[in-house]
Design a protein around this ligand. Structure first.
Ligand SMILES: NC(=O)c1ccc[n+]([C@@H]2O[C@H](COP(=O)([O-])OP(=O)(O)OC[C@H]3O[C@@H](n4cnc5c(N)ncnc54)[C@H](O)[C@@H]3O)[C@@H](O)[C@H]2O)c1
Length: 251
C-alpha cells in the first residue's frame, strides 16, 4: 500500500485480536509500530511476532483511561522512531449484552471511559504531533453498534460517539493534513467474541446464522482496511465510518 513504508504507527489494544492484526499488517508494510495495551503479556507477544518476521516494534504498557499513560505512549513513538504518522485507536471492552435499565452507573462510566473517552485521550495526544509533522492518518475502532441498534445501549452509545469524534476531528484538522476515519466491525473472531461464544454457544450459532457471509469475520479483514485507510490509496477518504460486517447491516 502506498505511503505506509518507513512510517510510524501506534496501535492501541495491540496485544490481542483486531489490534494485534493491525500491528502485524503495519509491520508487513514496513512501518515501525508502537504496540500499546494494558495487557503486557499480549503486547509483548505481538512485538515478538513482528520482530520474528523481521519487523520493527516496541511495546508500551498503556491504559487508555489514563492521560499520562496515553501521553507516554505518543512520546514512545517520538523517542523510539522520531515521530508519528498513523494511529489505530482500537482498545475497547466488550458489549455486556444487558438492557439499559439493568446495569448501574459504574458500568456506564467504565464503558464510556474506555471505549469513547479513551479514543478522545488518544486523539488529543496524537493530533499535535501529526500536525507538527505536516499530517497523518488516524483510524478509530467503532462497531456496527456505532451505526445501528446492535449491542447494549452503553456499548452502542460509546461506539456512536466514536463516529462523532471521527467526523468532528476531520472537520477541525483537515487543514493540518490529518485524515480520520472509523472502522465498524461486525462480529469478528477475536478473544473478545470467543469468550462470549464459550459463555453461550447457542447464542453464537444464532448470531453466525444471521450473517449473510455465513461466518464470523477474521481480524485480518479489519486490519487490512485500517492500513488501507492510513495509506495514500485512501487519500480522499475522510470522516467515514467503514462497515466491515459480512453483510450483516445490508439486511
Ligand atoms: N470482535 C468483534 O466482534 C468486534 C466488533 C466490533 C467492534 N469491536 C471493537 O474492536 C476493538 C478490538 O476488539 P477485539 O475484538 O480485538 O477484542 P480483544 O479483547 O481481543 O482486544 C482488545 C484489546 O484491548 C485491550 N484493552 C482493553 N482495555 C484497555 C485499556 N483500558 N487500555 C488499553 N488497552 C485496553 C485489551 O487488553 C485487549 O488486548 C474494540 O474496541 C471492540 O469494541 C470488536
Amino acid at each position: 500500500m502506498n505511503g505506509i513504508k518507513d512510517g510510524v504507527a501506534i496501535v492501541t489494544g495491540g496485544g490481542s485480536g483486531i489490534g494485534r492484526q493491525t500491528a502485524l499488517r503495519f509491520a508487513e508494510e514496513e512501518a515501525s509500530v508502537v504496540v500499546a495495551d494494558i495487557d503486557e503479556e499480549g503486547g509483548d507477544e505481538t512485538v515478538e511476532l513482528i520482530q520474528g518476521d523481521g519487523g520493527e516494534a516496541t511495546f508500551v504498557r498503556t491504559d487508555v483511561t489514563d492521560s499520562d499513560d496515553v501521553d507516554a505512549m505518543v512520546q514512545t513513538a517520538l523517542d523510539e522512531y522520531g515521530g508519528l504518522d498513523f494511529a489505530h485507536n482500537n482498545a475497547g471492552i466488550a458489549d455486556e449484552g444487558t438492557r439499559l435499565a439493568e446495569y448501574d452507573e459504574a458500568a456506564w462510566d467504565r464503558m464510556i471511559d474506555i471505549n469513547l473517552k479513551g479514543v478522545w485521550r488518544c486523539l488529543k495526544a496524537e493530533i499535535p504531533e501529526m500536525a507538527d509533522r505536516g499530517g497523518g492518518a488516524i483510524v478509530n475502532t467503532s462497531s456496527v453498534a456505532g451505526v445501528s441498534a446492535n449491542g447494549s445501549a452503553h456499548y452502542a452509545a460509546s461506539k456512536h460517539g466514536v463516529i462523532g469524534l471521527t467526523r468532528r476531528a476531520t472537520v477541525d484538522y483537515a487543514e493540518d493534513g490529518i485524515r480520520f476515519n472509523a472502522v465498524c466491525p461486525g462480529v469478528i473472531d477475536t478473544p473478545m467474541v470467543q469468550q462470549a461464544g464459550e459463555d453461550n454457544t447457542e447464542e453464537m450459532e444464532r448470531i453466525t446464522a444471521g450473517i449473510p457471509a455465513g461466518r464470523l469475520g477474521d481480524p485480518q479483514e479489519i486490519a487490512s482496511t485500517v492500513v488501507w485507510l492510513c495509506s495514500e490509496d485512501a487519500s480522499y477518504v475522510m470522516g467515514q465510518p467503514i462497515v466491515i460486517d459480512g453483510g450483516l447491516l445490508a439486511q
